[in-house]
Design a protein around this ligand. Structure first.
Ligand code: ZN
Length: 502
């Protein structure tokens, strides 16, 4: 075992140092989005590019392959409860990193940076033709990347999606998404006939400082640890782990008090997951989040299953009266509960309600598979996009800014990523149903503000495992069943019957 012990000691030590580089990048990127003066942009790009290159060199260091081979040859490693998952995940990371030629990695990094800038200009002008050559180049390079990564018989889309959600493939997803899509379209059509709850009062201006005080009070109640985390402002809300602490951002608009609180709770859910990873495993797979779908389940749990519940607004009402005050005067908790659950099919994914959000994701899931397979030319994207929006959401896309140019993902090289949003919604609903059974009813806990019970349940069942279990296995362990859309549809049906009843 001596050689194995040496190899096993070297592996996590190497991983921890690589993680220090990655978390340094995260800190610089956080600074870039929150406080960096614009004049520092050039040097910051070079700092980040250097750190990315050093991290890739470390990830592909041939010694890692040698250590992994020594560990794989020793059956005691496979029997050890901590070594097995660490070695399995490090093997996967090493194989992925070494399958990509450095020239392709560099070419993609440069294209991702430039094409995002071109996308931003094209979107502002609603000029798809301007972005088209960049998209064509990006699809071609993503096809190359997928061809390097994919196993025999595996599709390009599956090879890329596996980067974000290990074990996920298009066939299983289509089986899950097909019935879900039909159910959500039927729900949308059914609600379109009824009268919508009023939400206009929620657009009354609320001073940004008051919105921020409300968001911080709710994050503190959720148990976000401000000793190991910060909350700042940025143009687009995000959450990042800088190794020693977790940084959230939100944004405030005077007429967007509800949106600001929803996005603070969303990012707060991501933040609790990061803070719930075991510090002793920091920098190794056991101390890392397992997938984007599971990560998103944690944000959706707090945003939708807590923040959009009637019980939450009962608990939150003294805080609303204190921080929002006159802007919502004469309103009751039930009015806000109904307003945050209003269903309104729309053009823009990030503004979508809980019942139609996943239809936006399904449009992208269909189109990116066709783009990667070469069945859809990039030039025909707007037409295909608009047709699917008519079919899925019943809306007419007026221009490409409100259509296929709305998301940065494809410009940033993220193909196979979108479905993790819907997986997050499905996992969240299944976890919430399991927590409801285990804890004797979520509404009572939420109405009393007993969020610690919820947070500790998530920590024990989801957070602390890191990458120990594959996402599909984790779902079975936490809920006793494989992932299904039924808990999500039950949750929507139950809630919307209440919201649309009166
Ligand atoms: Zn999220």
């Amino acid at each position: 075992m001596a050689a194995t012990d040496d190899a096993y000691a070297a592996l996590p030590a190497h991983a921890r140092e690589t993680h220090l580089l990655a978390s340094t990048s995260a800190l610089l990127a956080w600074d870039q989005e929150t406080g960096m003066p614009s004049g520092a942009g050039d040097v910051r790009s070079r700092q980040l590019a250097l750190l990315a290159r050093l991290a890739h060199e470390r990830a592909t260091d041939p010694r890692v392959g040698e250590w992994l081979a020594v560990c794989a040859a020793d059956p005691r490693c496979a029997a050890d409860p901590d070594r097995e998952p660490n070695v399995r995940c490090l093997r996967r990371d090493f194989d992925r990193a070494t399958k990509l030629p450095p020239s392709l990695v560099a070419e993609l990094a440069e294209l991702e940076s430039r094409s995002q800038q071109e996308w931003a200009v094209a979107r502002a002008r609603s000029d798809f033709r301007r972005f088209l050559p960049w998209l064509e180049r990006m699809v071609a390079l993503q096809q190359q990347k997928a061809d390097c990564l994919r196993a025999p018989g595996q599709s390009r889309w599956d090879a890329l999606a596996d980067l974000y959600e290990p074990g996920m493939n298009a066939r299983d997803l289509a089986a899950l998404f097909g019935p879900l899509q039909r159910a959500l379209v039927a729900l949308r059509e059914r609600l379109a006939g009824g009268s919508s709850p009023s939400a206009g009062f929620a657009r009354e201006p609320v001073p940004e400082a008051n919105q921020e005080a409300l968001a911080r009070a709710v994050l503190a109640a959720m148990g976000f640890d401000f000793e190991r985390g910060r909350v700042d402002r940025s143009a687009h809300p995000f959450c990042t782990n800088t190794g020693g602490d977790v940084r959230l951002t939100t944004r405030y608009r005077p007429d967007g008090a509800l949106d600001a609180l929803g996005s603070a709770m969303h990012e707060g859910g991501h933040g609790l997951y990061e803070q719930g990873l075991e510090p002793v495993h920091l920098g190794t797979p056991l101390g890392e989040p397992v997938s984007l779908g599971i990560h998103e389940s944690q944000s959706r749990f707090w945003e939708n299953h807590v923040g959009r519940s009637a019980a939450f607004w009962q608990w939150c009402w003294p805080l609303v009266e204190r921080h929002v005050g006159a802007a919502w005067s004469g309103r009751r908790p039930d009015d806000v509960f109904r307003a945050v659950n209003r269903v309104q099919p729309s053009l823009i994914r990030v503004e979508a309600d809980e019942a139609t959000y996943d239809l936006h994701v399904m449009v992208r899931f269909a189109l990116e598979r066709q783009l990667l397979a070469g069945e859809l030319g990039a030039a025909n994207l707007p037409e295909a996009w608009n047709a699917l929006y008519r079919d899925h959401l019943g809306v007419t896309v007026p221009d490409d800014r409100h259509g296929c140019l709305q998301d940065v993902h494809w410009a940033a090289g993220l193909f196979g990523y979108f479905p993790t949003y819907t997986l997050g919604n499905l996992y969240a609903a299944q976890f919430a149903a399991a927590a409801d059974r285990a804890l004797g009813g979520l509404p009572g806990l939420i109405a009393r503000g007993q969020f610690a019970a919820l947070r500790e349940w998530l920590r024990r069942h989801v957070h602390r495992h890191g990458r120990r279990h594959e996402p599909a296995d984790l779902c079975r362990l936490v809920t006793g069943a494989p992932l299904s859309s039924a808990p999500f549809l039950d949750h929507l049906d139950h809630k919307l019957r209440t919201v649309y009843a009166s």
